[in-house]
Design a protein around this ligand. Structure first.
Ligand code: NAD
Length: 520
């Protein structure tokens, strides 16, 4: 069977199962907006450049109506007891279980992940749904000892109202669910602006979620507005009717979003780009290090925010570990993610391929030496796809401009260190601070890495790669990565407003700090 036929078969099956068509609406405001007469964007598959569908996008008027309706839903939803809200999220998680395979394949078609990674993303949604169900019974506030007699002092957490979620292309399902399910059990209503490159996945998920809400006679809780070039994203950033905006994307766009939200003194959760490094010391288990670095640097075609982009390798390992890594880079199969055995799929767009080539050019101009890779690939039967050869480069200064940037493509810079202090200095010299890892079995090295002089990132992994976080921990990074936290642990608090409550149940009015204020 030709690659094109196989692609069409998969597309047909996925579209039929998920209720997608060649022309779909990209605005859900309680109902799907009719597409006639509206601007449309085309969604192409990075696998072969084929047009998957056309999506009608929202304009400013549509957006205003959507926000109004979302607040109407909030009035109802916020009064539902939290554990009952959890029940609804449980049903949604169960329904998603029925669609793991096809939704995972849609992720493959739309953003080029391998089916196992696409499925993993859907699994992550299910996991976070389970987490949110538990959380719906654990939205605790503290009781604090009051200094005044017959007074009770405590904290409670209320929903913000309507919460905006803007997501990047590279996690078209999971990141929305990290935000949406946690926000929903707290009592918020969610407005999602997905990446145009993940629009079909967003539409399919909304269809699945709506099945559950309709069955339960609930109002719309998960709204969607697709745009073409950030128009709706800009409206959301400036909109005072979104007290909280969670933004996942590049540092460049995040800066603009942060400025707009800051201007209106709103709250934001910023999950921006990373520039993650793995340190490999002579005391590492080399098999684990090799696999951990290869997975971290190559999985999802290096289009994860947590992708390993810098390998900080002890100078003594350049003759042993590095040749093995070069070999792994040579042998890894690049191609259509629908083909068995392929580990590295396409980049999301032609622009991403250009930034790959340009970064390599800049690295070479700065003294970098390409060890393997540096090739844009024209694969038979996949001519419209965006394929590149995974590339290793050494010889660059750790603080050179190109090494300090996040290039969203499979390029790994290999940097040399001689002592651990130097490794940490190299590690921390980039502006981003998302994920980090050390491969070592030496307790002192590991603990130093985890100490205040070690990794300055939001995620620090030991003998595990920089990529592949679990949902139970709070996820996010420091410095230019934005400081936001999503997903597990107590990250839920960002989706709620804290209220400190004082109740005087006595028959006097004592004031705090012993202040007296007698008016008669
Ligand atoms: P991007 O910044 O180009 O786009 C992100 C989102 O912002 C998209 O939905 C886009 O349509 C929207 N957008 C564009 N212009 C906007 C504007 N002016 N105002 C508001 N929204 C606007 O990022 P991308 O290419 O889709 O994704 C890759 C980037 O996302 C990488 O930098 C990656 O590291 C980062 N990322 C970070 C995390 C994290 O958790 N830290 C997770 C995934 C991706």
């Amino acid at each position: 069977m030709s690659k094109s036929t196989e692609f069409q078969l998969v597309k047909g099956r996925v579209f039929a199962d998920l209720g997608l068509y060649e022309r779909v609406s990209g605005l859900y405001d309680g109902q799907w907006l009719a597409g006639e007469g509206r601007r449309r964007i085309a969604v192409h598959s990075p696998i072969n450049g084929e047009r998957l569908a056309e999506v009608a996008v929202a304009d400013e008027e549509d957006y205003s109506r959507l926000i109004e309706r979302a607040w109407m839903s909030f009035a109802e939803w916020s009064l539902v007891p939290a554990p009952k809200r959890g029940e609804v999220v449980r049903e949604i998680g169960d329904r998603l279980r029925e669609y793991v395979d096809t939704l995972g394949l849609l992720v493959s078609l739309e953003v080029g992940k391998t089916p196992v990674e696409g499925k993993g993303e859907v699994q992550e949604m299910i996991d976070i749904a389970d987490f949110a169900v538990g959380l719906s019974r654990q939205l605790y506030g503290k009781t604090i000892a009051s200094e005044r007699q017959h007074h009770r002092l405590f904290e409670q957490w209320h929903p913000h109202g309507v919460v905006g979620v803007i997501t990047a292309f590279n996690f078209p399902c999971a990141v929305w669910s990290w935000n949406a399910f946690i926000a929903a059990v707290i009592g918020n209503v969610v407005v999602w602006k997905p990446s145009p490159n993940g629009a079909l996945t967003a539409i399919a998920i909304t269809n699945i979620v709506n099945e559950v809400l309709d069955e339960q006679g609930l109002p719309a809780l998960f709204f969607v507005a697709v745009d073409g070039a950030g128009e709706i994203g800009r409206l959301m950033s400036s909109d005072r009717k979104l007290p909280l905006l969670s933004f996942t994307g590049s540092v460049r766009t995040g800066r603009e979003v942060a400025a707009r939200v800051g201007e209106r003194i709103g709250r934001s959760i910023l999950e921006l780009g990373g520039n993650n490094a793995a340190i490999v010391t002579p005391d590492a288990d080399m098999e684990i290090a090799l696999r951990g670095v290869a997975f971290g640097a190559l999985a999802t075609a290096a289009q994860r925010c947590t992708t390993t982009r810098r390998l900080i390798l002890h100078e003594s390992l350049f003759d042993s570990l590095l040749p093995r890594l070069i070999e792994a880079y040579r042998s890894v199969r690049v191609g259509s993610p629908l083909e068995p055995g392929v580990l590295v799929g396409p980049l999301i767009s032609g622009r991403a391929v250009e930034s790959y080539s340009s970064a390599i050019g800049r690295a070479e101009a700065s003294g970098g030496r390409v060890l393997v890779g540096n090739s844009v690939l024209a694969l038979p039967g996949l001519e419209g796809g965006n394929y590149v050869a995974p590339t290793l480069i050494d010889g660059l200064a750790p603080d050179s401009e190109i090494v300090c940037e996040e290039t969203f493509a499979p390029i790994l810079y290999v940097l040399s260190y001689s002592d651990l202090e130097e490794a940490f200095a190299i590690h921390n010299c980039v502006p981003q601070g998302l994920s980090s890892s050390i491969f070592s079995n030496n307790l002192r090295e590991v603990e130093a890495f985890l100490s205040v002089v070690g990794s300055d990132c939001g995620l620090a992994n030991v003998n595990a790669g920089t990529a592949g976080a679990e949902i139970g921990g709070a996820f996010g990074g420091e410095k230019d990565t934005g400081g936001g936290r999503e997903s597990g642990s107590d990250a839920w608090k960002a989706y709620a407003r804290r209220q400190t409550v004082t109740v005087n149940y006595g028959d006097e009015l004592p004031l705090a700090q012993g202040v007296t204020f007698d008016v008669n």
